[in-house]
Design a protein around this ligand. Structure first.
Ligand code: UD1
Length: 366
């Protein structure tokens, strides 16, 4: 039996499906918060046991661990912008929640714990300078961002060139969310060195696919674009739209988690899970508009930046390939029709304007 904390979420549900397909028994611990789930009852496949409860509640966590062989820890608050003002909630669920889980694991050890970390711990991705030297700690200067010089620069003002980011890149925590994800990752790995529980941390890049919480404005850019397009609105784009991200399909992520539970050499490791490809955000908006049959809803470029946003980050998957035998099977361009059909079938409320006004009211957009 495997336990998936946060198993009713977007990634959790895909993982539950993957585990069932591979013949595992699955239990889910989830508190089903409204921001993600609305009023809808969760749809878990039959045979999956659901324990509704909070990851910070030790008694519930202990009950959930009963008879479990492996734990996938996905329960978390997820949203970079929101983490900057709901600080106690993010630190509470992500850090204290993980602490409660680890304490419970002392008396109820499992074979392996796989924790969902995030590419947000990197801050900016890796870059090279004009001489081809790798720059591991690029950061944009606020005055450059304010003047619309969007790319990180060398001292002489030359833009740096983004390259795939591997796990050796020093972390650079730029949001409470990133800090809490790093704390989760480290806490699990430290625990795994002290106790007989193997631990693996997966740093997820931008996960997309059917099932994403479209009405949650903090869930990621493709959900934002999808709900705007479904409501006949143009996607709004921060900066100039040339910032690059790595979009990985949720089914690939689910497979990455399963492999991380199985692969012997993954124990004790931090591993990127992405697509290994990079896409400019404005191009993605256009591709999705076409897939949804509304190419006329071209992206609106705001030329304003969200504070704390990075410019470019995309995954180097060498370690995932080597340790997990992981290779992505669903390319973004080949998956947009499926995503568009799913978005069309959902009744999504566009809360993007609400997100922007909340961030603006707090001075978190420049
Ligand atoms: C961040 C986190 C990531 C987390 C994800 C979802 C970092 C480095 N990464 O990713 O770990 O999983 O949030 O919470 O912090 N954008 C628009 N218009 C929109 C929405 C977004 O232009 O309506 C732009 C953003 O400014 C950004 C890019 O699209 O440049 C991607 O944004 P988003 O998907 O929110 O998340 P990331 O910052 O990539």
């Amino acid at each position: 039996m495997h336990l998936v904390t946060g198993g009713c979420g977007f990634i959790g549900r895909a993982l539950v499906g993957e585990l069932l397909e591979f013949g595992h028994e699955v239990r889910v611990l989830d508190n089903l918060i409204d921001q993600v789930h609305g009023d809808a009852e969760p749809e878990l496949p039959s045979g999956v046991e659901l324990i509704r409860g909070d990851i910070r509640d030790k008694a519930v966590v202990e009950k959930a661990l009963d008879g479990v062989e492996g734990v996938f820890h996905l329960a978390a608050e997820v949203g970079v912008g929101q983490s900057m003002y709901e600080i106690a909630r993010y630190v509470g669920v992500n850090e204290l929640g993980t602490a409660v889980l680890l304490e419970a694991l002392i008396d109820r050890p499992v074979r392996r714990l796989v924790v969902a970390s995030s590419m947000s711990v990197y801050g900016e991705g890796l870059y090279t300078d004009a001489k081809g030297c790798v720059v591991g700690k690029a950061r944009r200067r606020p005055e450059d961002i304010r003047s619309g010089a969007w790319d990180p620069r060398e001292g002489d003002g030359q833009p740096l060139k983004p390259i795939p980011t591997d796990e050796t890149k020093p972390v650079d925590l730029a949001s409470i969310y990133a800090l809490s994800k790093y704390a989760q990752e480290r806490a699990c790995l430290i625990f795994g060195e002290a106790y007989p529980v193997e631990t693996v941390a997966l740093r997820l890049f931008n996960v997309f696919g059917p099932g994403q919480a479209l009405s949650n404005p903090y869930t990621g850019v493709l959900a934002n674009f999808g709900s705007r397009l479904a409501n006949g609105e143009r996607p709004t784009i921060f900066e100039d739209g040339r910032q690059k991200r790595d979009f990985v399909h949720v089914r690939d992520v689910a497979r990455g988690f399963r492999l991380a539970m199985e692969a012997p050499s993954a124990a004790g490791q931090v591993i990127n899970i992405g697509s290994g490809r990079s896409y400019a955000i404005a191009d993605v908006a256009e591709m999705l508009a076409c897939a949804m049959g509304v190419p006329e809803l071209s992206p609106e470029i705001l030329s304003r930046a969200r504070i704390g946003d990075i410019r470019h980050c995309f995954a180097d998957l060498s370690k995932a390939r080597e340790l997990l035998g992981f290779s992505p099977q669903h390319r973004l361009e080949d998956s947009l029709c499926e995503l568009a059909a799913w978005i069309r079938a959902e009744t999504s409320v566009d809360r993007g304007a609400q997100m922007r006004s909340e961030l603006e009211a707090r001075g978190l957009v420049t």
